[in-house]
Ligand binder design. Structure first.
Ligand SMILES: [Zn+2]
Length: 79
């Protein structure tokens, strides 16, 4: 994880994602992002939801802030 990208939140709650990070993640103007909190960390991801285990975009289930596909949910149930 890179350091040195310190930003301030403006009076409307907005924050600028530095160009270097947008480029690294291939995020462009008007792309959707998702945000969630883990402990005291804000995690910003590309707008699509992916399975927490295998990374597929075919999400069918959500447990808390985690998303799961059918296959991984079945594997967990059988564990
Ligand atoms: Zn999965």
């Amino acid at each position: 994880m890179s350091k040195g990208n310190l930003s301030k939140i403006d009076n409307l709650g907005r924050v600028v994602i530095p160009k270097s990070i947008r480029k690294a993640l291939d995020i462009e103007h008007n792309d959707e992002i998702s945000m969630h909190v883990e402990g005291e960390t804000l995690i910003i991801s590309k707008g699509y939801r992916v399975c927490a285990f295998c990374g597929t975009k075919e999400i069918r289930h959500q447990i808390g802030t985690k998303f799961l596909c059918d296959k991984c949910l079945t594997n967990i149930k059988d564990f």
